[in-house]
Write a protein that binds this ligand. Structure first.
Ligand SMILES: Nc1nc2c(ncn2[C@@H]2O[C@H](COP(=O)(O)OP(=O)(O)OP(=O)(O)O)[C@@H](O)[C@H]2O)c(=O)[nH]1
Length: 359
């Protein structure tokens, strides 16, 4: 579908719950508020967090929500269809104890925010703005396959939104060079230019203005990434080029269409050891030629009252308990796969062999 078709597409329903991301710029809450007050500008900053699958977008959202800044933050998550619910279950909301108070969670379903769900995004932002007195900032975490340029155009070209929200920055413009702990020592420091320096140079060859911050688990100085005002009038040239790039891109160019997402869900508890062997067979042995780029999910584990999250990026995976299941929460296993040659029947059947018999 071409971008122009979007106007004919009816808006999709958006879920807004009462409880209330791959690289970005955040500014310290207090300095952002002070600056806004000084300017008489009460617009709410929006930070778009983009980045490839598994680069650390949710890790950054988690870090921001749990940091000591006292901001009231709304999070808009864009997940592909079946992923709905998985992403949110994996993010630990701030507890309001000095950290973020998450006022709104908005999940945009059934498509990618840069193409088919633009209307939902506009609706979601409008609804959030109506509650603006209670909000300091909005984080928009896109799917790992999205291009941020069309999002910038949504924020710029919608007249109503223009004054009430402002694009603060896109975390790809501000580059968080995350996971530097995974660069092996023999690759860093031993040569005249180490791997990270070479990588930074390559990034600057593509975008000489990009600001780069190195991090492990997205632990970054929030004053460097929130409230950046990267797109204020003085940065207009950059914005214009972003919008121009957007016009010249077809949807085909935005996404690798051969990459597919699928989700398997079950209600029974799992045997964790069996799940590990199952996963290693898929990720390490490349069972039946399946090429899994990314896998994430929640598991209902035998003899545990903790939600376990499963995360895999290529061959690296982890399964960890993150918190207790909430009383009202449906305890289930839900796993999302993103990759090529995914065989749904095979994944589903082999996963069933990890389930415990229903009590
Ligand atoms: N070793 C290491 N692992 C990290 C780092 N940052 C994040 N991770 C892990 O990488 C995995 C993916 O992180 P996420 O934050 O879920 O990535 P994402 O970009 O939101 O992924 P998608 O939603 O699939 O696009 C998780 O298992 C994280 O714990 C880091 O700096 N070092």
């Amino acid at each position: 579908m071409e971008n122009d078709d979007d106007d004919e597409t009816p808006p999709l329903a958006i879920e807004i719950n009462e409880s209330s991301s791959t690289n970005s710029i955040l500014q310290n809450a207090s300095s952002s508020t002070t600056r806004d007050e000084e300017d008489g500008d009460e617009s709410v900053g929006v930070t778009i967090i983009t980045g490839y699958l598994g680069s650390g977008k949710s890790t950054l959202v988690n870090y921001i929500l749990n940091a000591q800044h006292g901001m009231k933050i709304a999070v808009i998550l864009n997940e592909f269809g079946d992923e709905i619910g998985v992403e949110r279950a994996m993010i630990n909301e701030g507890d309001g104890d000095g950290g973020a108070i998450v006022e709104e969670w908005v999940e945009l379903a059934n498509g990618c925010v840069c193409c088919t769900v633009k209307h939902s995004l506009v609706q979601a932002l409008e609804q959030l703005i109506q509650r603006k007195d209670r909000l300091d900032h909005i984080l928009l975490e896109t799917t790992g396959l999205a291009n941020p340029a069309p999002l910038a155009s949504v924020l710029w070209l919608d007249d109503q939104l223009e004054s009430a929200v402002r694009l603060d920055s896109i975390i790809t413009d501000l580059i968080i060079l995350n996971k530097i702990d995974l660069v092996s020592p023999e690759h860093s420091g031993s040569e005249s230019l180490d791997v990270l320096e070479k990588l930074e140079k390559k990034i600057h060859d593509i975008n000489s203005l990009a600001r780069i911050i190195r991090s492990v688990r997205c632990e970054v100085d929030l004053s460097k990434i929130l409230g950046c005002r990267s797109y204020d009038a003085k940065h207009l040239t950059h914005l214009e080029s972003l919008l121009r790039d957007n016009k010249s891109l077809s949807n085909r160019a935005l996404h690798d269409t051969s990459v597919r997402t699928l989700c398997i869900s079950e209600w029974d508890k799992v045997d964790l050891d069996k799940v590990r062997l199952w996963l290693e067979d898929i990720l390490w042995e490349k069972k039946n030629n399946m090429d899994v780029y990314r896998c994430k999910g929640v598991l209902n584990v035998q003899n545990s009252d903790q939600v376990h999250t499963l995360q895999a990026v290529r061959e690296i995976y982890e399964i960890v308990p993150v918190r207790r299941w909430k009383h009202e929460e449906a305890r289930m296993d839900k796993i999302v796969f993103i990759g090529r040659n995914l065989q749904e029947g095979l994944l589903r059947n082999t996963f069933r062999a990890c389930l415990l018999p229903t009590e």
